[in-house]
Write a protein that binds this ligand. Structure first.
Ligand SMILES: CC(C)(COP(=O)(O)OP(=O)(O)OC[C@H]1O[C@@H](n2cnc3c(N)ncnc32)[C@H](O)[C@@H]1OP(=O)(O)O)[C@@H](O)C(=O)NCCC(=O)NCCS
Length: 154
């Protein structure tokens, strides 16, 4: 498996991949309004705009096929982690997180904590990855999430 930084010209491929994983694993937990809100966030244009601001994405590929992505905002917030349903529970999410933390530290060695707004289906996975809940579940614009944080290992 190869993990590398995604580039602007891949926004359509990234958008299609994220929508496919979202529809199969997350959409059922949100209202229609929540799903629409999420789709707006992951259009190719929105992804390009975010990459040109303060977001970056690492992609995981097997035989050049996209199998996972992690998106980091402001170098301290995990805004998306999506693994192809057929490749889940094989350590790809963890490897993406480990590589993202390396890059966060390279970018700014003073970052000590990362946060995530976990969807209801992935709180247990984030706990296994080292995050702890810091609030009860909230719902904003139909999107349900639990704020979690993790101390970055030294
Ligand atoms: C959450 C997600 C990214 C995890 O990716 P993954 O590649 O399957 O995770 P890994 O195989 O690296 O597993 C990491 C740890 O989480 C645990 N885990 C993974 N999926 C889990 C699940 N559905 N329920 C409980 N634990 C889970 C694993 O057992 C592992 O723990 P361990 O090392 O103690 O055994 C993946 O399930 C996914 O894409 N889900 C749908 C999209 C989503 O909800 N993303 C989060 C949006 S905020």
């Amino acid at each position: 498996m190869k993990i590398s930084k995604a580039v602007l010209s891949e926004s359509t491929k990234l958008s299609q991949f994220i929508k496919m994983v979202f529809d199969s694993s997350v959409a059922n937990f949100y209202s229609d309004q929540g799903n629409e809100e999420f789709y707006k966030y992951i259009t190719p244009k929105a992804i390009e705009e975010q990459l040109q601001k303060d977001h970056w994405i690492l992609k995981a590929e097997i035989d050049k096929k996209l199998v996972g992505i992690i998106e980091i905002r402001s170098n301290n917030h995990l805004s998306m982690l999506f693994v192809d349903p057929q490749h889940q529970k094989r350590g790809i999410g963890r490897q993406l997180l480990v590589q993202a933390i390396k890059l966060i530290k390279q970018n700014n060695s003073s970052v000590k904590m990362i946060t995530v707004h976990s969807s209801p289906n992935s709180v247990t996975a984030y706990e296994a990855l080292g995050f702890k809940s810091v609030s009860d579940e909230k719902e904003v614009n139909g999107i349900k999430f639990t704020t979690m944080e993790m101390k970055i290992p030294e």
